[in-house]
Design a protein around this ligand. Structure first.
Ligand code: HEM
Length: 402
Protein backbone atom coordinates (compact mmCIF):
# COMPACT_ATOMS: atom_id res chain seq x y z
CA UNK A 1 0.00 0.00 0.00
CA UNK A 2 1.57 3.39 -0.94
CA UNK A 3 2.06 5.77 1.96
CA UNK A 4 0.81 9.38 2.12
CA UNK A 5 3.61 11.91 1.49
CA UNK A 6 4.50 12.34 5.14
CA UNK A 7 3.22 9.25 6.93
CA UNK A 8 4.33 5.62 6.61
CA UNK A 9 1.69 3.16 5.41
CA UNK A 10 0.26 0.99 8.17
CA UNK A 11 1.73 -2.42 7.45
CA UNK A 12 1.36 -5.97 8.69
CA UNK A 13 4.42 -7.20 6.82
CA UNK A 14 6.97 -8.89 9.05
CA UNK A 15 10.63 -9.56 8.35
CA UNK A 16 10.88 -12.86 6.40
CA UNK A 17 13.49 -14.07 8.87
CA UNK A 18 11.32 -13.27 11.94
CA UNK A 19 7.74 -14.39 11.24
CA UNK A 20 6.84 -14.34 14.94
CA UNK A 21 8.01 -10.76 15.54
CA UNK A 22 5.74 -7.79 14.74
CA UNK A 23 6.78 -5.56 11.80
CA UNK A 24 10.10 -3.85 12.72
CA UNK A 25 8.75 -0.38 11.82
CA UNK A 26 6.74 -0.23 15.05
CA UNK A 27 9.62 -1.12 17.36
CA UNK A 28 11.45 1.84 15.88
CA UNK A 29 8.42 4.14 16.23
CA UNK A 30 7.89 3.05 19.83
CA UNK A 31 11.29 4.46 20.75
CA UNK A 32 11.20 7.56 18.56
CA UNK A 33 7.55 8.65 18.37
CA UNK A 34 5.25 6.46 20.49
CA UNK A 35 2.14 8.08 19.04
CA UNK A 36 2.39 8.93 15.39
CA UNK A 37 0.29 9.09 12.26
CA UNK A 38 0.23 6.31 9.68
CA UNK A 39 -1.60 6.15 6.40
CA UNK A 40 -4.44 3.81 5.48
CA UNK A 41 -6.52 3.32 2.35
CA UNK A 42 -3.70 4.49 0.08
CA UNK A 43 -3.18 7.66 2.05
CA UNK A 44 -6.81 8.78 2.21
CA UNK A 45 -6.91 8.35 5.99
CA UNK A 46 -4.12 9.14 8.46
CA UNK A 47 -5.05 7.68 11.85
CA UNK A 48 -2.74 7.58 14.83
CA UNK A 49 -0.93 4.46 15.95
CA UNK A 50 0.16 3.91 19.56
CA UNK A 51 3.01 1.51 20.14
CA UNK A 52 3.59 1.52 23.91
CA UNK A 53 1.88 -0.88 26.29
CA UNK A 54 0.89 1.91 28.68
CA UNK A 55 -0.66 4.06 25.91
CA UNK A 56 -2.47 1.04 24.48
CA UNK A 57 -4.18 0.56 27.85
CA UNK A 58 -4.91 4.29 28.15
CA UNK A 59 -6.77 4.32 24.82
CA UNK A 60 -8.54 0.97 25.30
CA UNK A 61 -9.61 1.91 28.82
CA UNK A 62 -11.07 5.30 27.85
CA UNK A 63 -14.79 5.42 26.90
CA UNK A 64 -14.09 8.55 24.83
CA UNK A 65 -12.80 6.11 22.17
CA UNK A 66 -15.52 4.37 20.19
CA UNK A 67 -15.41 0.84 18.73
CA UNK A 68 -18.03 1.61 16.07
CA UNK A 69 -16.37 0.83 12.69
CA UNK A 70 -19.01 2.78 10.76
CA UNK A 71 -18.10 6.17 12.29
CA UNK A 72 -16.56 8.60 9.80
CA UNK A 73 -12.80 8.45 10.28
CA UNK A 74 -12.85 4.98 11.86
CA UNK A 75 -9.47 3.40 10.97
CA UNK A 76 -10.87 0.13 9.63
CA UNK A 77 -8.92 -2.23 7.40
CA UNK A 78 -11.64 -2.10 4.78
CA UNK A 79 -13.03 1.26 3.69
CA UNK A 80 -16.77 1.85 4.22
CA UNK A 81 -17.20 -0.89 6.80
CA UNK A 82 -20.91 -0.99 7.65
CA UNK A 83 -22.17 -1.24 11.23
CA UNK A 84 -22.91 -4.83 12.31
CA UNK A 85 -26.06 -6.15 13.97
CA UNK A 86 -25.95 -5.35 17.69
CA UNK A 87 -25.26 -9.01 18.56
CA UNK A 88 -21.75 -8.38 17.17
CA UNK A 89 -21.20 -6.27 20.24
CA UNK A 90 -17.45 -5.86 19.79
CA UNK A 91 -18.36 -3.20 17.20
CA UNK A 92 -20.77 -1.33 19.48
CA UNK A 93 -20.29 1.08 22.35
CA UNK A 94 -22.14 1.07 25.65
CA UNK A 95 -25.02 0.91 26.43
CA UNK A 96 -25.75 -1.47 23.49
CA UNK A 97 -22.42 -3.28 24.01
CA UNK A 98 -23.03 -3.79 27.73
CA UNK A 99 -26.60 -5.02 27.20
CA UNK A 100 -25.49 -7.61 24.64
CA UNK A 101 -22.38 -8.72 26.54
CA UNK A 102 -24.49 -9.22 29.69
CA UNK A 103 -26.56 -11.92 27.95
CA UNK A 104 -23.41 -14.08 27.75
CA UNK A 105 -21.35 -13.30 30.86
CA UNK A 106 -22.60 -16.34 32.78
CA UNK A 107 -21.55 -18.62 29.92
CA UNK A 108 -17.90 -17.70 30.34
CA UNK A 109 -17.66 -17.74 34.12
CA UNK A 110 -14.64 -19.74 35.29
CA UNK A 111 -16.92 -22.33 36.93
CA UNK A 112 -18.77 -22.99 33.67
CA UNK A 113 -15.56 -23.21 31.69
CA UNK A 114 -13.98 -25.54 34.24
CA UNK A 115 -16.96 -27.84 33.77
CA UNK A 116 -16.00 -28.04 30.09
CA UNK A 117 -12.42 -29.14 30.83
CA UNK A 118 -13.15 -32.91 30.77
CA UNK A 119 -14.80 -32.54 27.35
CA UNK A 120 -11.83 -30.52 26.04
CA UNK A 121 -9.42 -33.18 27.37
CA UNK A 122 -11.45 -35.97 25.75
CA UNK A 123 -11.67 -34.19 22.37
CA UNK A 124 -7.93 -33.43 22.45
CA UNK A 125 -7.10 -37.10 23.10
CA UNK A 126 -9.45 -38.30 20.36
CA UNK A 127 -8.08 -35.90 17.76
CA UNK A 128 -4.46 -36.81 18.53
CA UNK A 129 -5.35 -40.53 18.31
CA UNK A 130 -7.01 -40.01 14.90
CA UNK A 131 -4.05 -37.98 13.68
CA UNK A 132 -1.57 -40.68 14.75
CA UNK A 133 -3.55 -43.27 12.81
CA UNK A 134 -3.37 -41.35 9.53
CA UNK A 135 -1.19 -43.09 6.99
CA UNK A 136 0.15 -40.04 5.22
CA UNK A 137 3.24 -38.15 6.38
CA UNK A 138 3.66 -35.28 6.84
CA UNK A 139 0.30 -34.47 8.42
CA UNK A 140 -1.22 -31.00 8.28
CA UNK A 141 -1.47 -30.10 11.96
CA UNK A 142 -3.86 -27.21 11.23
CA UNK A 143 -6.37 -29.34 9.31
CA UNK A 144 -6.20 -32.37 11.59
CA UNK A 145 -5.82 -30.76 14.98
CA UNK A 146 -5.45 -27.00 15.53
CA UNK A 147 -8.66 -26.05 13.69
CA UNK A 148 -11.00 -28.95 14.54
CA UNK A 149 -10.25 -28.84 18.28
CA UNK A 150 -11.58 -25.31 19.05
CA UNK A 151 -14.27 -25.80 16.45
CA UNK A 152 -15.54 -28.95 18.23
CA UNK A 153 -15.36 -27.17 21.60
CA UNK A 154 -17.31 -24.10 20.50
CA UNK A 155 -19.90 -26.35 18.81
CA UNK A 156 -20.32 -28.26 22.07
CA UNK A 157 -20.69 -25.01 24.04
CA UNK A 158 -23.16 -23.44 21.63
CA UNK A 159 -25.11 -26.57 20.72
CA UNK A 160 -24.23 -26.25 17.01
CA UNK A 161 -23.96 -29.56 15.08
CA UNK A 162 -20.27 -30.08 14.23
CA UNK A 163 -21.39 -31.89 11.06
CA UNK A 164 -22.06 -28.40 9.63
CA UNK A 165 -18.47 -27.25 10.19
CA UNK A 166 -17.72 -27.11 6.45
CA UNK A 167 -20.49 -24.54 6.03
CA UNK A 168 -19.49 -22.27 8.88
CA UNK A 169 -15.75 -22.52 8.28
CA UNK A 170 -16.25 -21.51 4.64
CA UNK A 171 -18.34 -18.51 5.67
CA UNK A 172 -15.99 -17.48 8.49
CA UNK A 173 -13.09 -17.01 6.06
CA UNK A 174 -14.24 -13.79 4.27
CA UNK A 175 -14.95 -12.17 7.66
CA UNK A 176 -11.28 -12.36 8.66
CA UNK A 177 -9.81 -12.01 5.15
CA UNK A 178 -8.53 -8.48 4.64
CA UNK A 179 -8.59 -8.88 0.87
CA UNK A 180 -12.37 -9.58 0.87
CA UNK A 181 -14.66 -6.69 -0.09
CA UNK A 182 -17.20 -5.20 2.34
CA UNK A 183 -19.97 -6.90 0.29
CA UNK A 184 -18.31 -10.32 0.54
CA UNK A 185 -17.94 -9.94 4.28
CA UNK A 186 -21.54 -8.88 4.78
CA UNK A 187 -22.80 -11.75 2.59
CA UNK A 188 -20.76 -14.30 4.58
CA UNK A 189 -21.90 -12.85 7.89
CA UNK A 190 -25.55 -12.85 6.81
CA UNK A 191 -25.32 -16.50 5.71
CA UNK A 192 -24.04 -17.45 9.16
CA UNK A 193 -26.69 -15.38 10.96
CA UNK A 194 -29.46 -16.99 8.84
CA UNK A 195 -28.10 -20.46 9.77
CA UNK A 196 -28.11 -19.56 13.48
CA UNK A 197 -31.58 -18.01 13.23
CA UNK A 198 -32.86 -21.42 12.11
CA UNK A 199 -30.99 -23.10 14.95
CA UNK A 200 -32.60 -20.76 17.52
CA UNK A 201 -36.02 -22.03 16.33
CA UNK A 202 -34.85 -25.65 16.48
CA UNK A 203 -33.60 -25.19 20.07
CA UNK A 204 -36.89 -23.63 21.10
CA UNK A 205 -38.61 -26.87 20.10
CA UNK A 206 -35.85 -29.22 21.25
CA UNK A 207 -33.91 -27.48 24.05
CA UNK A 208 -30.43 -28.65 25.00
CA UNK A 209 -27.89 -27.73 27.69
CA UNK A 210 -26.19 -25.12 25.52
CA UNK A 211 -25.76 -21.41 24.83
CA UNK A 212 -28.13 -21.19 21.86
CA UNK A 213 -30.93 -22.78 23.94
CA UNK A 214 -30.31 -20.30 26.76
CA UNK A 215 -30.28 -17.35 24.33
CA UNK A 216 -33.60 -18.60 22.88
CA UNK A 217 -34.95 -18.55 26.45
CA UNK A 218 -33.77 -14.94 26.86
CA UNK A 219 -35.76 -14.09 23.71
CA UNK A 220 -38.83 -15.70 25.23
CA UNK A 221 -38.26 -13.63 28.40
CA UNK A 222 -38.24 -10.45 26.29
CA UNK A 223 -34.56 -9.62 27.02
CA UNK A 224 -33.38 -9.84 23.38
CA UNK A 225 -34.83 -10.56 19.93
CA UNK A 226 -34.41 -13.67 17.76
CA UNK A 227 -32.05 -11.65 15.53
CA UNK A 228 -29.92 -10.74 18.57
CA UNK A 229 -29.76 -14.39 19.65
CA UNK A 230 -28.67 -15.43 16.14
CA UNK A 231 -26.06 -12.65 15.82
CA UNK A 232 -24.66 -13.31 19.33
CA UNK A 233 -24.28 -17.02 18.54
CA UNK A 234 -22.73 -16.28 15.14
CA UNK A 235 -20.20 -13.98 16.75
CA UNK A 236 -19.19 -16.64 19.28
CA UNK A 237 -19.02 -19.37 16.68
CA UNK A 238 -16.68 -17.31 14.61
CA UNK A 239 -14.64 -15.68 17.43
CA UNK A 240 -14.31 -19.03 19.16
CA UNK A 241 -12.42 -20.98 16.57
CA UNK A 242 -10.33 -18.72 14.34
CA UNK A 243 -8.49 -17.22 17.30
CA UNK A 244 -7.75 -20.33 19.34
CA UNK A 245 -6.93 -22.41 16.25
CA UNK A 246 -4.21 -19.98 15.24
CA UNK A 247 -2.90 -19.78 18.81
CA UNK A 248 -2.59 -23.59 18.96
CA UNK A 249 -0.67 -23.75 15.67
CA UNK A 250 1.64 -20.79 16.42
CA UNK A 251 2.25 -21.93 20.01
CA UNK A 252 3.30 -25.34 18.70
CA UNK A 253 5.75 -23.73 16.27
CA UNK A 254 7.09 -21.42 18.99
CA UNK A 255 7.60 -24.27 21.45
CA UNK A 256 9.35 -26.39 18.83
CA UNK A 257 11.73 -23.49 18.30
CA UNK A 258 12.52 -23.35 22.02
CA UNK A 259 12.99 -27.02 22.97
CA UNK A 260 14.94 -26.05 26.10
CA UNK A 261 11.72 -24.58 27.55
CA UNK A 262 9.48 -27.58 26.78
CA UNK A 263 9.66 -28.90 30.38
CA UNK A 264 7.62 -25.83 31.47
CA UNK A 265 4.70 -26.76 29.23
CA UNK A 266 4.85 -30.30 30.62
CA UNK A 267 5.10 -29.09 34.21
CA UNK A 268 2.73 -28.35 37.11
CA UNK A 269 -0.63 -26.66 36.25
CA UNK A 270 0.65 -23.31 37.55
CA UNK A 271 3.76 -23.57 35.33
CA UNK A 272 1.57 -24.43 32.36
CA UNK A 273 -0.71 -21.47 33.10
CA UNK A 274 2.29 -19.09 33.22
CA UNK A 275 3.70 -20.58 30.02
CA UNK A 276 0.40 -20.04 28.22
CA UNK A 277 0.35 -16.36 29.30
CA UNK A 278 3.83 -15.89 27.89
CA UNK A 279 2.83 -17.55 24.62
CA UNK A 280 -0.20 -15.23 24.40
CA UNK A 281 2.08 -12.23 24.95
CA UNK A 282 4.82 -13.37 22.60
CA UNK A 283 2.55 -14.41 19.73
CA UNK A 284 -0.28 -11.83 20.06
CA UNK A 285 -2.33 -13.23 17.21
CA UNK A 286 -4.66 -10.21 16.77
CA UNK A 287 -1.87 -8.68 14.71
CA UNK A 288 -3.73 -5.95 12.83
CA UNK A 289 -4.42 -4.24 16.10
CA UNK A 290 -7.59 -2.94 17.67
CA UNK A 291 -9.23 0.11 16.10
CA UNK A 292 -10.87 3.03 17.88
CA UNK A 293 -12.21 6.51 16.99
CA UNK A 294 -12.07 9.50 19.36
CA UNK A 295 -15.52 10.93 20.14
CA UNK A 296 -13.99 13.97 21.85
CA UNK A 297 -10.59 15.66 21.90
CA UNK A 298 -8.40 13.47 24.12
CA UNK A 299 -4.76 13.62 25.08
CA UNK A 300 -2.68 10.47 24.51
CA UNK A 301 1.08 10.38 25.15
CA UNK A 302 1.28 14.17 25.05
CA UNK A 303 -0.59 14.54 21.74
CA UNK A 304 -4.19 15.72 21.32
CA UNK A 305 -6.21 13.21 19.34
CA UNK A 306 -9.08 15.26 17.88
CA UNK A 307 -12.70 14.09 17.92
CA UNK A 308 -13.29 12.01 14.78
CA UNK A 309 -9.69 10.84 14.46
CA UNK A 310 -8.83 7.14 14.51
CA UNK A 311 -6.29 5.29 16.64
CA UNK A 312 -4.82 1.88 15.82
CA UNK A 313 -3.49 -0.17 18.74
CA UNK A 314 -1.29 -3.05 17.49
CA UNK A 315 -1.44 -5.40 20.47
CA UNK A 316 1.63 -7.41 19.49
CA UNK A 317 3.70 -4.23 19.46
CA UNK A 318 2.45 -3.18 22.92
CA UNK A 319 3.24 -6.69 24.16
CA UNK A 320 6.86 -6.32 23.01
CA UNK A 321 7.33 -2.96 24.77
CA UNK A 322 10.60 -3.06 26.75
CA UNK A 323 9.14 -0.48 29.18
CA UNK A 324 6.60 -3.13 30.23
CA UNK A 325 8.43 -6.45 29.67
CA UNK A 326 12.17 -7.07 30.13
CA UNK A 327 13.84 -8.49 26.99
CA UNK A 328 10.45 -8.51 25.27
CA UNK A 329 11.62 -10.30 22.12
CA UNK A 330 12.77 -13.29 24.15
CA UNK A 331 10.34 -16.09 24.91
CA UNK A 332 10.54 -16.78 28.65
CA UNK A 333 7.90 -19.24 29.80
CA UNK A 334 8.76 -18.33 33.41
CA UNK A 335 8.24 -14.59 32.92
CA UNK A 336 6.78 -13.24 36.14
CA UNK A 337 4.57 -10.51 34.65
CA UNK A 338 3.53 -12.19 31.37
CA UNK A 339 -0.11 -12.05 32.50
CA UNK A 340 -0.07 -8.28 32.10
CA UNK A 341 -0.11 -8.71 28.33
CA UNK A 342 -2.88 -7.10 26.30
CA UNK A 343 -3.33 -10.03 23.89
CA UNK A 344 -6.98 -10.22 24.97
CA UNK A 345 -7.40 -6.43 24.73
CA UNK A 346 -8.14 -4.19 27.69
CA UNK A 347 -11.11 -2.26 29.07
CA UNK A 348 -14.78 -2.94 28.49
CA UNK A 349 -14.21 -4.98 25.31
CA UNK A 350 -11.58 -7.25 26.84
CA UNK A 351 -12.05 -10.75 25.41
CA UNK A 352 -15.13 -12.42 26.84
CA UNK A 353 -13.91 -15.86 25.75
CA UNK A 354 -10.52 -15.66 27.50
CA UNK A 355 -11.30 -18.26 30.21
CA UNK A 356 -12.21 -20.70 27.43
CA UNK A 357 -9.16 -19.84 25.30
CA UNK A 358 -6.92 -20.29 28.35
CA UNK A 359 -8.52 -23.63 29.27
CA UNK A 360 -8.07 -24.93 25.73
CA UNK A 361 -4.41 -23.88 25.50
CA UNK A 362 -3.61 -25.18 29.00
CA UNK A 363 -5.05 -28.59 28.13
CA UNK A 364 -4.01 -28.92 24.50
CA UNK A 365 -0.36 -27.85 24.51
CA UNK A 366 0.88 -30.21 27.26
CA UNK A 367 -1.10 -33.07 25.73
CA UNK A 368 0.37 -32.55 22.25
CA UNK A 369 3.95 -32.68 23.57
CA UNK A 370 3.21 -35.55 25.96
CA UNK A 371 1.68 -37.71 23.24
CA UNK A 372 4.05 -36.67 20.44
CA UNK A 373 7.45 -36.14 22.08
CA UNK A 374 9.22 -36.39 18.70
CA UNK A 375 6.97 -33.85 16.99
CA UNK A 376 8.75 -31.66 14.44
CA UNK A 377 7.90 -29.40 11.54
CA UNK A 378 8.47 -31.17 8.22
CA UNK A 379 9.77 -28.10 6.34
CA UNK A 380 12.08 -25.18 7.20
CA UNK A 381 10.32 -22.30 8.95
CA UNK A 382 10.80 -19.98 5.93
CA UNK A 383 8.67 -22.32 3.83
CA UNK A 384 5.59 -22.02 6.05
CA UNK A 385 2.80 -19.85 4.63
CA UNK A 386 1.95 -17.32 7.34
CA UNK A 387 -1.42 -15.53 7.21
CA UNK A 388 -0.57 -11.92 6.56
CA UNK A 389 -3.81 -10.62 5.14
CA UNK A 390 -6.11 -11.75 7.89
CA UNK A 391 -7.35 -10.11 11.07
CA UNK A 392 -5.79 -12.91 13.12
CA UNK A 393 -2.20 -14.04 12.47
CA UNK A 394 -1.50 -17.71 11.90
CA UNK A 395 -0.31 -20.31 9.41
CA UNK A 396 -2.39 -21.63 6.52
CA UNK A 397 -1.02 -25.11 7.08
CA UNK A 398 1.59 -26.75 9.26
CA UNK A 399 3.14 -30.00 7.92
CA UNK A 400 4.42 -32.08 10.83
CA UNK A 401 6.04 -35.47 11.42
CA UNK A 402 6.91 -37.34 14.64
C1 HEM B 1 -6.35 -17.05 22.08
C2 HEM B 1 -7.55 -16.78 21.73
C3 HEM B 1 -8.18 -15.42 21.70
C4 HEM B 1 -7.61 -14.18 21.57
C5 HEM B 1 -6.13 -13.82 21.46
C6 HEM B 1 -8.69 -13.21 21.60
C7 HEM B 1 -8.51 -11.85 21.51
C8 HEM B 1 -9.53 -10.90 21.67
C9 HEM B 1 -9.33 -9.47 21.70
C10 HEM B 1 -7.99 -8.76 21.53
C11 HEM B 1 -10.53 -8.88 21.92
C12 HEM B 1 -10.81 -7.38 22.11
C13 HEM B 1 -11.44 -6.73 20.91
C14 HEM B 1 -11.62 -5.22 21.07
O1 HEM B 1 -11.31 -4.65 22.10
O2 HEM B 1 -12.06 -4.61 20.09
C15 HEM B 1 -11.50 -9.95 21.99
C16 HEM B 1 -12.86 -9.76 22.18
C17 HEM B 1 -13.77 -10.77 22.20
N1 HEM B 1 -13.51 -12.14 22.15
FE1 HEM B 1 -11.70 -13.00 22.05
N2 HEM B 1 -9.88 -13.88 21.74
C18 HEM B 1 -9.61 -15.23 21.82
C19 HEM B 1 -10.53 -16.25 21.97
C20 HEM B 1 -11.88 -16.06 22.09
C21 HEM B 1 -12.84 -17.13 22.29
C22 HEM B 1 -12.49 -18.60 22.41
C23 HEM B 1 -14.08 -16.53 22.32
C24 HEM B 1 -15.44 -17.11 22.50
C25 HEM B 1 -15.79 -18.31 22.45
C26 HEM B 1 -13.88 -15.10 22.18
C27 HEM B 1 -14.89 -14.18 22.21
C28 HEM B 1 -14.70 -12.81 22.23
C29 HEM B 1 -15.79 -11.85 22.32
C30 HEM B 1 -17.27 -12.17 22.43
C31 HEM B 1 -15.21 -10.56 22.29
C32 HEM B 1 -15.91 -9.21 22.33
C33 HEM B 1 -15.89 -8.63 23.72
C34 HEM B 1 -16.51 -7.25 23.82
O3 HEM B 1 -16.53 -6.50 22.83
O4 HEM B 1 -16.99 -6.92 24.91
N3 HEM B 1 -12.54 -14.85 22.05
N4 HEM B 1 -10.87 -11.17 21.86
Amino acid sequence: MPSSPSHPAFTLTRAATAPLTPPPLYAQLREEEPITRVSLWEGRLTPWVVTRWEDARTVLGNPAFSSDPSLPGAPTFVKDTPQSPRGFFQSHDDPVHAAMRRTLTREFMIKRINALRPAITRLTGELISSMVQLEQRPVDFVEHFALPLPSLVICELLGVPYADHGFFQTHSKPIVDLTATAEQRVAARDALVAYLLDLVQVKRQRPGDDVVTRLAAQVDDGVITDEDAAALSTFLLFAGHETTANMIALSTITLLQHPEQLPRILGEPSQVADAVEELLRYISIVHGGLRRTATQDTEVAGVTVRAGEGVIIPLGVANRDPHAFADPDELDLQRANARQHVAFGYGIHQCLGQPLARAELQIVLPEVFRRLPDLRIAVPLEQLAFKENTVVYGVHDLPVIW
